[in-house]
Design a protein around this ligand. Sequence first.
Ligand code: FAD
Length: 410
Amino acid sequence: MILLTDKSKCCGCSACYQICPTECITMQEDNEGFLYPVINQDECIECGKCVSACMINNEIPSRPKLKAYAGINNDDAIRDISSSGGIFAELAKHVIKHQGIVFGAKFNKNWEVIHDYTDKMEKVSSFYGSKYVQSNIGQSYKQAKYFLELGRVVLFSGTPCQIAGLILFLNKKYNNLITLDFVCHSIPSPKVWKLYRKKVLYNISKENNLKESYFSHISFRSKVNGWNDFHFECIVKDAKTVIKFAESHKINPYMAAFLKDLSIRPVCTNCLVRDHKSGADITLADFWGVEKYHSRNNRLIDNKGASIIITYTDTGNHLLKLIKENIYLIEIPYEEIEEDKLHSPITKSATKNRYRATFFNQIDKIDIEKNIKKNIRKGLLRKRRNKFLKISIQNIIGKQAYTKIKSKLK
Ligand SMILES: Cc1cc2nc3c(=O)[nH]c(=O)nc-3n(C[C@H](O)[C@H](O)[C@H](O)COP(=O)(O)OP(=O)(O)OC[C@H]3O[C@@H](n4cnc5c(N)ncnc54)[C@H](O)[C@@H]3O)c2cc1C
């Protein structure tokens, strides 16, 4: 029987919940809004399936990468509604065109983020674009297994931990499975997302005198001001009025809570599958800093979004070749990415924010925007104070002595 003694190691992939033959495991939300397995011990038959499907109990090795590429979708309209270069869209469309099934994360009608599947071209666009919330994976692994056993090609896309969870759940190599993940900074709490979207709806409705208002569109990665300065964007409507709201990720409180590691799942600061361990056939990423390496390549540096594509398997490389006509693709040396600080999430986990606990302790007590801003400000003040202290000490004892003492303390 799975015993979750250290919650901070659980990524919530839900492989244990989906593999349990007696359905005695349920995924339940904790006070921070993340799902964790809860076991009904009376119904457990001690089969051990949940234990062997759990990432915590498995040594996951790093793998050699096959190739790295820079790429963009030739269709600017697709790139515009994708987060980076629109590569996912082309992979997904290819699979559907060949009677395959695509799994991905989308908004449901309440704007919660869930995993779902489709074999319809007109529905695949609901998966486009990064949603900065942990998706509820539901029964997706079971559903994927069902289609795989039928012999259908399945493209399963998700976070690295969702892909690792799927592979452990399946525990068998399927030649008709293609797995796709992305370089993942971390994954924010669905509860923070729920509180924030309620607040945004309230703010916009109040400012504009809207009655019975609702969202008709939400994007975490709008390119309204270009790809580099991506915006949180939404459209709020009522019977008479339509209001469009967009705010740069540099000032948007929800994005700040995510990027400053305030609202993220605890395990993300000690990710078990970072560093090429997820088992995915292909990994996508934003090609931040592309202009440093490809300054003369006007296609890649047009500020409409460029992707990094890393392939690990022949399956991944083969699929990429099949979509070559619809994307602009160039092979790049992998070192170009790994040595760049902008891509540190490939190998480094998110940092522990010292104000995270305070933030979550106050989540039901104070307004979400105030809570985020207050705790972000505390972090900034602390950073400034430390910088000031460092400079003052260096001025007194000299830079060299300071560096010496610091390295000794490490
Ligand atoms: C939470 C999160 C953190 C990320 N962190 C980084 C990072 O630190 N560095 C970096 O370079 N790139 C990061 N990315 C990935 C990046 O932003 C792009 O999504 C990726 O490069 C693919 O872009 P695209 O234009 O090809 O396709 P897009 O259309 O933008 O990608 C959509 C794909 O992402 C999946 N997806 C979207 N939201 C979720 C979600 N909540 N859970 C699971 N799957 C989801 C969809 O199912 C679909 O497969 C992150 C993405 C997410 C969702």
